[in-house]
Design a binder for this molecule. Structure first.
Ligand code: GDP
Length: 510
């Protein structure tokens, strides 16, 4: 969804790569790419201007400071990296991090009123939010169906409620404000501590319907009012948000359909225009496709560095941390077999759609050719082939010869060439891992990795965990192999000894 913006920032970074310092001229050149991409992504014009101005001022004003900072910390940060860090900070402040969270009632059920235009995704979001808060915060939710104008709306919410196992309250023939009050009493009586109210869609120009919202607000005093807007409508989403906010003083915004080809403009402009931030994003139609909006994650993604934090969080949900570290160590030592490979594939599968996961990986855009499809079927195929192997074969894939490959192919319903291809790819991956383990500096050859590390350095993070110290290797005879520095020392020592011997001989002759 953010490809357009990402492209602009990537081009800007490339323009500054290799430059020895930031000057007004090269900053202007870099900013030009960013401007074009922001406008292309439908970011509000004033927001674009202000953003570029802030980055420029900071970039030019802080060169000296960068150097001092760099010296102080014994860090060398190139202007490209520093510029990216500035953009990163500015993007975060643009989208607003850590401001206004959902308010939870101290007494009685917490209430969240969902408002917005018709078809923006209110009903779907109501269901998703109930599920999210129940699963993540162990709340006991109830939904109130208060859209009495669209007959199918109540049934739609009831169906969703059944699917996620959350009760839905509705009373035929009642006006929304009364219905909601009754619903709240019911929630209290049945021990619920979260009530999400799905209201009817309306335009802000429809005075009668807007007054209904005013009345609901003043009667039930909801803890939160969330405005749902469809990201696909671009700048209109921002206008809608501003209008609803003026009238209702909303808590925050839920941007839906961010999985579609929305260009991200709304996500970047809502906060600057309305002062209210995006709190959640809808990433699909199913009930588990609601994510908390984290400005930091989006900023890192926009900058082409991948949503590293998000990826780590996804990963932590499904992987046992200690086991993952153990596996990684094994991999780097070359002690890696098809069992571990299968475990990893399963972990990736659990992380959700492969495409979503891959998009969060750093450098994704640089590694995968544009337009290339990665789908979950690939993983299922690999799993089927590994499942058809014997225990011995999984531990030592090198023993798989033609006849074994043919058997595996038959067992898994795949072609022999597919089995062989899997083995080749497995071996390549293994070799690569071993090389990385031997030579951590190879990590920095991965496109984008260096930039990521520099950003981490600039943020003052400790990166020694990411780049391990060069391990001592052993030769075939079990002797430790010397590092370049040690070799140099030994050569010097040898030279000095030879010189001393020569001099001693000369003395003797005399
Ligand atoms: P409402 O009229 O505001 O209650 O909107 P609905 O909840 O009925 O949603 C309208 C349509 O948008 C439905 O077809 C939903 O499945 C779809 N929808 C809602 N949220 C998302 C989302 O995050 N992604 C996608 N792709 N579709 C969504």
């Amino acid at each position: 969804m953010l490809e357009v913006v990402t492209k602009g920032f990537r081009n800007a970074r490339l323009k500054l790569q290799g430059k020895s310092e930031i000057t007004e001229k090269n900053i202007d050149e870099a900013l030009r790419d960013i401007r074009i991409s922001l406008l292309e992504a439908d970011v509000e014009l004033h927001v674009v201007k202000a953003f570029l101005e802030h980055v420029k001022q900071k970039a030019i004003g802080e060169i000296i400071q960068t150097k001092a900072y760099a010296k102080d910390k014994k860090l060398k940060i190139g202007p490209g990296e520093y510029f990216i860090k500035l953009c990163h900070d500015e993007l975060i402040s643009l989208m607003g991090e850590g401001e206004r969270e959902l308010a939870f009632a101290k007494k009685g059920p917490t209430t969240i009123m969902i408002v917005g235009l018709n078809g923006s995704g209110k009903t779907t979001t109501s269901g998703k939010l109930a599920k999210l808060l129940r699963d993540q915060k162990q709340m006991r939710p109830m939904l109130i169906a208060a859209d009495i104008y669209r007959p199918a709306a109540v049934d739609q919410l009831r169906t969703l409620g059944q699917r996620i196992n959350v009760p839905v309250f509705h009373r035929e023939g009642m006006q929304p404000p009364d219905l909601i009050e009754e619903g709240l009493l019911h929630a209290k009586a049945t021990g619920k501590n979260l009530v999400i109210i799905d209201t009817a869609g309306r335009l802000t120009v429809n005075e009668e319907l807007m007054q209904e919202l005013d009345e609901i607000k003043s009667r039930i005093k909801p803890d939160n009012i969330l405005l749902v807007v469809d990201a696909m409508i671009g700048q209109d989403a921002v206008k809608t948000a501003a209008e609803f906010d003026r009238r209702l003083d909303i808590t925050g915004v839920v941007l839906t359909k961010m999985d579609g080809d929305a260009r991200g403009g709304a996500a970047l402009s809502v906060r600057a225009v309305t002062g209210k931030r995006v709190m959640f994003v809808g990433m699909g139609e199913s009930m588990d496709k609601l994510e908390e909006f984290r400005a930091d994650g989006i900023a890192t993604r926009i900058l082409g560095l991948g949503d590293v934090v998000g990826l780590v969080q996804d990963f932590e949900k499904v992987v046992d941390q200690e086991k993952a570290e153990e596996d990684a160590l094994k991999m780097l030592k070359g002690d890696f077999n098809l069992y571990q490979f299968l475990d990893q594939i399963k972990a990736i599968q659990k992380m959700g759609a492969l495409k979503d996961t891959m998009e969060k990986l750093p450098f994704f855009h640089e590694m995968v050719p544009e337009g290339q499809q990665i789908d979950d079927k690939v993983l299922l195929n690999i799993e089927a082939m590994i499942n058809s192997m014997t225990h011995k074969e999984r531990l030592n894939p090198e023993i798989i010869d033609d006849s074994r490959a043919a058997r595996i192919a038959r067992g898994s319903g795949k072609k022999v060439t597919e089995v062989k291809d899997l083995l080749v790819r497995f071996q390549t991956m293994k070799d690569l891992m071993v090389q990385m383990g031997k030579k951590p500096s190879l990590l920095s050859r991965i496109p984008g990795f260096k930039e990521y590390l520099n950003l981490a350095k600039a943020r003052g993070e400790d990166i020694s965990d990411i780049i391990p110290e060069e391990p001592r290797q052993r030769t075939a005879y079990g002797m430790p192999r010397l590092t370049a520095k040690q070799k140099q020392k030994r050569r010097k020592k040898g030279k000095a000894a030879r010189k001393a011997r020569k001099q001693a001989k000369k003395k003797k002759k005399k």
